[in-house]
Design a protein around this ligand. Sequence first.
Ligand SMILES: *[C@@H]1O[C@H](CO)[C@@H](O)[C@H](O)[C@H]1NC(C)=O
Ligand SMILES: *[C@@H]1O[C@H](CO)[C@@H](O)[C@H](O)[C@H]1NC(C)=O
Ligand SMILES: *[C@@H]1O[C@H](CO)[C@@H](O)[C@H](O)[C@H]1NC(C)=O
Ligand SMILES: *[C@@H]1O[C@H](CO)[C@@H](O)[C@H](O)[C@H]1NC(C)=O
Length: 425
Amino acid sequence: MELELKKLCSSLGMCIKNWKVDGDQANRRYILLGTFAVFLLGSLWLVTLESRDPYLMSMPWSDFFPYGTPTIAENPMTNSTEEPVIKATYLKGKKAVEQFRNHLACFSESGKWVYDTTPRHMPWNSIGDTYASGCDSRHQWTGPGHVSGDQAEAIAMEGDPKDWLVREELKWVWRTNSSCTFWPVDRDDFCKRIGPKRNVMVVGDSINHEIAWSFMNHLVLSGQGYGHMSSGDRSNDGVYEMCGDIFGAGNGFKVAFVRNDRLSPVANISVDTWRNFYEWPWLDLLKEYDVRLLLLNRGAHYEDDKTFVRALRLIFTILSEHFPHMQVIFRNTPPGHANCSFYHEPLSERQHSDLPHGYHWEDFYRQNKLAAEIVKEFQYMYMDVDTMLSLRPEGHITDTDCLHYCLPGPLDLAVQYLYNILLLL
Ligand SMILES: *[C@@H]1O[C@H](CO)[C@@H](O)[C@H](O)[C@H]1NC(C)=O
Ligand SMILES: *[C@@H]1O[C@H](CO)[C@@H](O)[C@H](O)[C@H]1NC(C)=O
Ligand SMILES: *[C@@H]1O[C@H](CO)[C@@H](O)[C@H](O)[C@H]1NC(C)=O
Ligand SMILES: *[C@@H]1O[C@H](CO)[C@@H](O)[C@H](O)[C@H]1NC(C)=O
């Protein structure tokens, strides 16, 4: 019987023909019934989907973080009679909060890129990421003909400013006006501003991965450090102690990175290579690692505005309900650049036209504005690096990757921004 069916169905056409010609009444009835059942189940499924939140609907079919599906807070501040605050900081009251936000805005609005060839320390000594240092033959962390550690440090710290030997894109600094001086990172002070055992987690896409790497590079001492960060295997992250030299071994803090392009509260790994979304669970680790400072981003892996807004509201709702004592900073998303390898210095104005299609770079500016509003509603901190980095077409990795940056490089600005936020807290 089975053999016979196989033979019959050897081609679809044959199969259909055979059912029609030879199939008995019973078979036809089963097929009819089956089709009807599938139709019914399908409709039920669609009705269930329709009644779900559109953002939740687009989530991968894995179960949510144990807290369950929350009711997304629409506008958490609208009816609040409480004073505005910046959550988990001492900043409280309309005036203090406004001052803080204006100070951050001033970093962007009053600043410009200035060429400065004064030799100085650069955060490239210890940790290597071969992709991000690929464009740098002089300071790549390892390999023949490249230098690292003390040798790299010597190049950065010495020399005649006229012919300072570092890559061109490392010579530009963001200079703001005197109302909001944008300080260079002082490593020891950075450690202290974060504080003993105040563990840090960075969650987001590959750009946040680069920032996490740069962050650790700013903190580790020469000769310390470890090989390579992995976005997949979480066992490598969050286990390295930073600033133990300042606080005493065992009292430093840890820095973890988790890749989650949508900041989704998934409980299981979801990899959608077709749409290019990598989502690792991370909410469980906030507790496990006792995270006190969280740096988030989503944006470069584009989804439409409605989905984007829902995603942010959802995750901020969960965070404010379950982690009220955690400081949260949301970094915005700078676009990549058209023809990046043709540029050798910063732009005076962001690129508006001729952006390559397909990446939605032209949509980032609009979505950043949406994000800024939501971050404000939830009383978190907003880090605008787009204003600065949209002006940095140079220093990207290759002419086929005009989104990521070489490290050290322009993206180190995000770490400097973090330091400057901490100076205000
Ligand atoms: C998610 O992971 C948990 C345990 O880690 C497992 O019990 C559950 O079946 C998984 N769910 C899905 C949809 O894979
Ligand atoms: C604000 O108050 C109005 C009227 O009392 C109510 O309908 C609405 O749901 C409240 N919104 C929030 C976010 O609590
Ligand atoms: C600095 O720039 C900000 C924002 O553009 C402006 O509000 C402020 O008045 C400026 N301060 C000085 C001292 O020029
Ligand atoms: C990039 O290069 C192409 C081809 O040379 C040119 O048509 C386009 O205008 C350039 N775009 C920008 C933003 O420079």
